[in-house]
Design a protein around this ligand. Structure first.
Ligand code: FAD
Length: 426
């Protein structure tokens, strides 16, 4: 969809754009994480809308093969469709990898997670572990499930349930860079989610084995799926079925064919990056249709909106800078941060009908007197909590102080070290 919207935006009304899809709706997968906790299911978008608004016609079908030399796509029923430019975005196939665990890959798994929550409520689960699959590159939904579970436990008034999250990554959501990682680590700590920086390797008889040799108890395990590629006959693929591409997303050894998103060999399988890849492909395609557009190299910027059950956190990282905020770092503030897809979705969900392209934003900083007052209160509350020996709460207030200014003043930074030590000795 992003590729179609981008080509239309860059090349105007001339190219005929067809979307081959076996479904007649677009499913907004990222919001599925809220549904086990009572979140309203997101309405599926009718692809006919894309036809009405952008002249993108849907062809009902599944691509069976591509005859690259002849520039033909062959559908499952044998129909042949010719093209000047082809963008392949067939995604990946989710597969369970841990026996005995509940695998969450979107809407079809909502009920299974609900069943785990029912077991928690019934007192049947005291140790609940969230485990990322081996080699997983996009684990944000797992953090959301853990944080949303923590918020749900608090809302339900349940106690004595321990939550843990295990991942091979050294830092929580380290792909966003150090600032984002630190905020997420603090958030997990605040909500009582233990972070285990090691890979889960097995699960049996309520015990999980970890790559570092340890074993921990888990009455239930929730995980994400392992992804394998969806190779298409006629196109190259690596051993796992992913399609190899160059830095302008052209499929290796072909002309006029691009691949984007989870289907490609690019390691991070994320919707925002899929959209950036689509923009790159679209820039080259629009140029071929005569539009005065320079090819836009794919320079990944990771944008993640983390649902926490309280305020959403916005994380952004480009390999150099890393930023976190509790106000939108891009607009429209959708989870699928595509240059054209985000405004399209924001319009359909009546979030902002005026946005044309995704724009990055600076975090909202509170100004003047208001900020001074917030700062004063945060320091006062932190010190009061520490006096009562409630270092956890005191540290949370310091965290709030850090959000206000983006940095902790020296005096409070020293207090943080001291209070963290106090907490550790308990
Ligand atoms: C639980 C969960 C939460 C997520 N949260 C986020 C998030 O917050 N932010 C974010 O950016 N990303 C998120 N992601 C990742 C994001 O959903 C994917 O990276 C993104 O959907 C990839 O887009 P895609 O177009 O490459 O593939 P897909 O979205 O998988 O789409 C591929 C489409 O191709 C169709 N198809 C497959 N084979 C064929 C064929 N042969 N012919 C025709 N059609 C075919 C499929 O039916 C499917 O509709 C999340 C993923 C999960 C599982």
């Amino acid at each position: 969809m992003e590729a179609a919207l981008a080509v239309r935006a860059l090349a105007g009304p001339i190219p005929t754009i067809d979307l081959i899809s076996p479904r007649d709706t677009f499913v907004y997968r990222p919001m599925a994480v809220t549904e086990p906790f009572g979140g309203t299911p997101y309405a599926e978008l009718d692809l006919e809308d894309l036809h009405r608004s952008h002249g993108v016609r849907r062809i009902d079908g599944t691509v069976a093969s591509v005859r690259a030399e002849e520039r033909l796509v062959v559908l499952g029923d044998g129909e042949e469709i010719s093209f000047d430019a082809l963008v392949v975005a067939v995604g990946a196939t989710p597969r369970p990898w841990l026996d005995g665990a509940v695998t969450f890959a979107g809407k079809p798994d909502v009920e299974a997670v609900r069943t785990v929550l029912d077991r928690v409520r019934a007192g049947d689960v005291e140790e609940l572990l969230f485990a990322s699959p081996p080699g997983a590159s996009w684990t944000l939904p797992l953090y959301e499930l853990a944080l949303l579970t923590a918020a749900w436990i608090a809302d339900e008034g349940l106690s004595d349930i321990r939550l843990s999250l295990a991942t091979a990554a050294e830092q929580p959501l380290g792909e966003f860079g150090p600032s984002a990682s630190r905020t997420v680590r603090d958030m997990l700590g605040d909500r009582g989610v233990r972070f285990l920086d090691t890979q889960v390797t097995g699960y049996d008889h309520a015990m999980v084995t970890l790559a570092d040799g340890r074993s921990v108890r888990a009455d239930a395990v929730v995980t994400m799926a392992e992804l394998t590629g969806n190779p298409l006959a006629g196109l190259p693929a690596d051993d796992d079925g992913f399609i190899p591409v160059d830095d302008l997303m052209a499929v290796d050894g072909t002309d006029g064919i691009w691949a984007v998103g989870d289907a490609t060999t690019f390691p991070i399988k994320q919707g925002g990056l899929a959209a950036q890849e689509a923009d790159t492909a679209a820039s080259v395609i629009a140029g071929r249709f005569g539009a005065p557009v320079e090819p836009l190299p794919f320079q990944p910027v990771l944008r993640g909106m983390l649902l926490t059950g309280v305020t959403s956190a916005y994380l952004r990282g480009d390999g150099v800078a890393s930023e976190t905020a509790f106000s939108p770092l891009w607009w429209p503030p959708t989870k699928l941060a595509g240059r054209y897809l985000a405004p399209y979705l924001a319009d359909r969900h009546e979030l902002d009908p005026s946005a044309r392209e995704l724009e990055d934003r600076h975090p909202v900083r509170h100004a003047g007197k208001e900020r001074e007052e917030m700062r004063r209160l945060a320091v006062e509350f932190a010190e009061a909590d520490a006096l009562w020996g409630d270092y956890e709460s005191a540290l949370r207030w310091l965290h709030t102080l850090e959000w206000i200014d983006g940095v902790l003043p020296e005096q409070q930074a020293e207090l943080r070290i001291r209070w963290e030590q106090e907490l550790a000795t308990r």
